[in-house]
Design a protein around this ligand. Sequence first.
Ligand SMILES: N[C@](CCCC[B-](O)(O)O)(CCN1CCC(O)CC1)C(=O)O
Ligand SMILES: [Mn+2]
Ligand SMILES: [Mn+2]
Ligand SMILES: [Mn+2]
Length: 305
Amino acid sequence: RSAGVVGAAFCRGQSRSGVEEGPDRIRAAGLLDRLQQRGCAVKDYGNLVFDDVVEPSGGGGLRSVAAVGGANRRLSEAMKAVKEDGHTAVMLGGDHSLAIGSIHGHAAAVGQLSVVWVDAHADINTPLTTYTGNFHGQPMSFLLHELQSKVPVLPNFSWVKPCVSAKDLVYIGLRDVDPAEHYILKMLGVKVFSISEVDRLGIARVMEETCDYLTARGKKPVHLSYDVDAIDPSVTPATGTPVVGGLTYREGVYITEHLCGTGLLSAVDLVEVNPLLAKTDQDVQSTVNTAVDLLLGCFGRLREG
Ligand SMILES: N[C@](CCCC[B-](O)(O)O)(CCN1CCC(O)CC1)C(=O)O
Ligand SMILES: [Mn+2]
Ligand SMILES: [Mn+2]
Ligand SMILES: [Mn+2]
């Protein structure tokens, strides 16, 4: 197993500064050392730093359109290179708009893939349905073949090619879904395990059903896009859009242990860690340490030893 780590110090998919510090805080918590200690080869590709692209005014109520498009284009190229070097890619965010570039670059390298999206939110608003104009709530709309007739061409976004089929997407942890997103999920028949399903089925059954569903039509590389706000805010408070009633630490780690066990995990995003948004340093540490533990689960760490 080898990991290729890319930091993406980007915050302009949303409004709260600090999430650009995520990559360095996760590194400082010892991610690379802990991976190496487990016998995992690690190549650190460093951080993509997005010196603020001058943003033309306007954008029709969408926040930082050109900056988001430009940042994701660079991330896509970086992720493609990491995959072509043969690593399991690790993208450290940064806000969740970065999934546009991460998944796009992964697909450019491997072709068809499955996406497991672990999040309190569906992040599938289009530029026309978004309430907030924030691109961290929209990434999936740019990636799904089935939504392209609903997504306008935006400045710096013309490079994006849709690369995910709705039937190759599974959500886990949803508990704050906008009406338009819910309509889109129903219309496309996207597989969703909301927090209610996690309660009803238990996380082990959710993961079995997720993997059976994604491999029923043939095994494909898996892209795991993990928003730390999927986990309960009592565990990961340092994040921009916390929502009560989240996954426990144990459920969160079980997800990564199980996906690692399939042998199909090809790339993982770990996004939305914002160290400025916690009240105490303990809260920051709890968030960052959980992020590290989630990633270690992706690379074979088992709690049994
Ligand atoms: N769906 C939201 C939240 C996106 C969260 C992005 B993340 O990467 O963190 O998953 C809007 C959420 N919604 C806005 C109206 C409020 O009353 C309730 C929350 C949006 O801004 O689109
Ligand atoms: Mn979220
Ligand atoms: Mn998200
Ligand atoms: Mn978030």
